[in-house]
Design a protein around this ligand. Structure first.
Ligand SMILES: [Zn+2]
Length: 163
């Protein structure tokens, strides 16, 4: 058991379609100067985490430098999405969160803590995407994956693996 844990590696790739990234960016832009965010719905495979859709879970009191997920609302929106899209719950579900940084770059120390804490309550790996607007260079996506309380910087990959 302990040996298994020591050899466990956090998945390193998050697969997402370009249009889904653009979708989050346009939401992020529309909420400026405040942060916004929500949840990621998708599936897991040996290649990493696959984001099928992102959903915004607006914060009651949006702020420029903070976003926290309203978990009850998030779960409600998740269940609604799974039902409406008729997705098989044994395969698709919650795989993490996303939020915007309208005025700062990568994930903060608090973000790392948050995703690590999230992984304590999940059986499998969870992701955090940070859609950041760094200076004038436009939006960039940063990703962290946490599993079994370990975190790792992940690669955002926009070309999906062939099945
Ligand atoms: Zn953040």
């Amino acid at each position: 058991m302990i040996r298994h844990f020591q050899h466990y590696r956090v998945p390193t790739d998050i697969w997402i379609e370009t249009f889904e990234l653009r979708h989050m960016e346009s939401i992020a832009k529309s909420r400026m100067p405040n942060e916004t965010g929500g949840i990621l719905i998708g599936a897991r495979s040996s290649r990493g985490l696959w984001v099928l859709a992102s959903i915004e879970v607006p914060h009651q009191q949006p702020r420029p430098n903070r976003y926290s997920l309203a978990t009850t609302k998030a779960n409600q929106l998740l269940q609604e999405y799974l039902r409406q899209a008729r997705l098989d719950k044994s395969e698709f579900g919650y795989i993490g969160t996303w939020h915007s940084h309208p005025a700062s770059c990568g994930p903060s120390p608090i973000d790392y803590r948050t995703v690590r804490r999230d992984s304590r309550y999940q059986r499998d790996a969870v992701a955090m995407l940070v859609i950041a607007r760094c200076g004038t260079s436009g939006w960039t996506t940063h990703a962290v994956i946490a599993s079994k309380r370990r975190t790792a910087v992940a690669r955002v990959r926009t070309r999906l693996p062939s099945q």
